[in-house]
Design a protein around this ligand. Structure first.
Ligand code: GLN
Length: 314
């Protein structure tokens, strides 16, 4: 199946229409007020093709809290800074546990299973702070996503960052626990301040899909040709997204959708079709694992209609 460009525009519009009427939307994250007040009816979808064409539908230009999707950009930055050294401090296996789980850290000596669960992303922030002050790391992240998306209006929502800080007791526990094992080096409050600001990045589906372009194009911006990471690194980040991007729901995501993807509790998902498209979807209602319920359904429809699963023979 190889849908033409006009077909993609039609398919994106059809999916948005189908999702608009959907009764079962999941539950909006309520651990902080700025997320709890987001209307469950919101839905946005953006598909950026390798030739630069953008197909958008619904609330695709409304910024939302990207939350754990920022873990993809943080991983990309830290691999650029320290390369494969990172893997001494973070694993590359799916956890099979909740995104904020602490249980494996005891038997695994403070080494988180992967960089896409909270514990792993907190270590990633600590490694970044090996060479930078928190303000510099946060500035670097903001400049990075703005450059990837080609959009200087992308910002961090300070209200979200503050609320994360005020309620982040589990994250504090994770960081302190890992510090006890010697796997956090910088002061815990600085590491978490950085982590919370990354989570508080606000982006629209259009901006997020644009920012994900390098992952669909062997590490390059497919339009400018500018290289962000090597082809091998892009493939490896995609592999981690496929195996670990949806926490204890990652196997089911791979089974149903068959694409590298990363979710956040703001209800966003970034998905990559290597060589073909970068996709962002947003619907704030979550399933039990903290992944967007309709976002996953929309992606499932999209791969059914386009044949874009990486397991589809090309
Ligand atoms: N800010 C959230 C947390 O640290 C991010 C988690 C997520 O998106 N799954 O708990």
């Amino acid at each position: 199946m190889d849908p033409g460009r006009n077909d993609i525009g039609r398919i994106v519009a059809e999916i948005a229409e189908e999702m608009r009427g959907h009764a079962h939307r999941g539950k909006v994250a309520d651990y902080i007020p700025p997320l709890a007040c987001v209307p469950v009816e919101k839905f946005g979808l953006a598909v950026v093709m390798a030739d630069g064409t953008v197909h958008c539908a619904g609330d695709c230009d409304e910024p939302f809290s990207i939350q754990s999707i920022s873990k993809v950009f943080a991983l990309t930055l830290v691999l650029g800074a320290v390369g494969d050294q990172l893997w001494k401090r973070v694993g590359r296996e799916p956890s099979g546990s909740a995104f904020n789980s602490i249980v494996q850290l005891e038997t695994e000596h403070g080494i988180p299973r992967n960089p896409f669960i909270n514990a792993g992303a907190i270590v990633v922030c600590d490694v970044l702070l090996g060479g930078l002050q928190p303000r510099e790391a946060i500035g670097q992240m903001l400049r990075f996503v703005r450059e990837l998306a080609g959009d200087d209006t992308i910002a961090i929502d300070e209200t979200v960052a503050r609320a994360e800080q005020e309620t982040g007791f589990r994250n504090m526990a994770l960081a302190n626990y890992m510090r006890a094992f010697g796997n956090i080096h910088a002061p815990v409050d600085l590491v978490l301040g950085t982590y919370f600001h990354f989570c508080a990045l606000a982006m629209s589906c259009r901006q997020l899909a644009l920012a994900g372009r390098f992952l669909m194009a062997d590490g390059r911006n497919p339009v400018s040709g500018f290289s962000v990471v090597t082809p091998r690194r892009a493939r490896r980040i995609n592999a981690l997204m496929m195996s670990c991007g949806h926490y204890d729901n990652s196997g089911d995501f791979a089974y149903r959708i068959g694409l590298p993807g990363k979710s956040g509790v703001g209800g966003g998902i970034l998905a990559v079709v290597p060589g073909i498209a970068s996709i962002a979807v947003w619907s704030p209602g979550l399933n039990r694992s903290g992944n967007s319920h309709l976002g996953q359904l929309a992606l499932e429809r999209l791969v059914q209609k386009t044949g874009w699963s990486v397991f589809e023979p090309r």
